[in-house]
Design a protein around this ligand. Structure first.
Ligand code: NAP
Length: 276
């Protein structure tokens, strides 16, 4: 059972399993295994085209671990060209059907679009919440300017999902989110393994007798209102990542990681907003 972060708007397990780009039976097996070894939080999206595999993985994992639906936190997302109200309803229907679930714990706008009617989209998400089909709502890949526009609608969001890891600063977004109790979900939290050889992470790892990528995860887990969602298909790596919850970094470790370069963004699709 993983620890949770609880705010006014949601109670979310402190680490989740990312599922992109898994698919098919191996995706179902990975999700089922993750639940069996202690993950209580699964991240997917209509765009990942894997909900039909994630769903059976959830069912198997819950059954084999003797758990019920309410023990698990499931997030999905609506793609950026489905943000008209009727499209959002259709997208959620599809996600729930493929996942075999009656509700989502968190439903996110996956990316902002230049043409979206943000107030209308958020109002629709809020109506889904009122219907009980989603328990909490949020956004992903929104900039500070987008978050200010969200606030102007008066519709509160529970979470923001963005790329965040030891080599990328999200200070501006965290400074906005923390006073508002908006959880920051960190995607690509180990930067897809790219910095496993970094000397600073390796030195801290040696000091604690752990692995460098576990240190990168522990740096996120040690931060207020931050929830990493590492993806691992490999069962051993799933366990390694979960075990990062037990690592306690000291102030010196945290400062050394803070001092690493913070401009190494990994996810840069052509439809991304201007991050500055
Ligand atoms: N909202 C968005 O726009 C957005 C964008 C990107 C990602 N996401 C979400 O965030 C999740 C995580 O991000 P990500 O998958 O891009 O990157 P990531 O979690 O930083 O990295 C995943 C990669 O690292 C490997 N890995 C995992 N644990 C490891 C370990 N302990 N040691 C060595 N290698 C390890 C995985 O290998 P194996 O799988 O082979 O074990 C996989 O190749 C995604 O799956 C998705 O759910 C959201």
């Amino acid at each position: 059972m993983t620890a949770k972060i609880t705010t006014k708007l949601l109670s979310i397990p402190k680490i989740g399993l990312g599922t992109w780009p898994m698919n098919g039976p191996s995706c179902s097996d990975a999700v089922a295994n993750a639940i069996k070894i202690g993950y209580r939080h699964i991240d997917t999206a209509e765009r990942y085209e894997n909900e039909a595999a994630v769903g059976p993985g959830i069912a198997t994992g819950l059954a084999e671990a003797g758990l019920s639906r309410s023990d698990l936190f499931v997030t999905s997302k609506v793609w950026w060209d489905h943000l008209e109200p009727a499209q959002i309803h259709t997208a959620l229907d599809g996600s729930l059907k493929r996942l075999g679930l009656e509700y989502l714990d968190l439903y996110l706008i996956h990316w902002p679009s230049k043409t979206m009617d943000l107030p209308a989209a958020l109002k629709t998400l809020e109506a889904l919440k009122a219907d009980g089909r989603v328990k909490a709502i949020g956004v992903s890949n929104f900039t500070l300017a987008h978050l200010k526009a969200v606030e102007e609608t008066g519709i509160p969001i529970a979470a923001l999902q963005v790329e965040y890891h030891a080599m990328l600063s999200q200070k501006k977004l965290l400074d906005w989110c923390r006073p508002r109790e908006i959880v920051l979900e960190a995607y690509a939290p180990i930067a897809r393994g790219k910095f496993a050889d970094d000397p600073v992470l390796n030195a801290i790892a040696r000091k604690h007798g752990v692995q460098p990528l576990q240190v990168a995860l522990a740096w996120l887990l040690n931060q207020e209102l931050v929830v990493p969602i590492p993806k691992a298909q490999d069962f051993g790596r799933q366990k390694t990542n979960l075990d990062a919850l037990a690592i306690r970094l000291d102030a010196e470790d945290m400062a050394a990681i803070e001092a690493l370069p913070k401009d190494q963004r990994q996810v840069k699709p052509d439809f991304a907003p201007d991050w500055d």
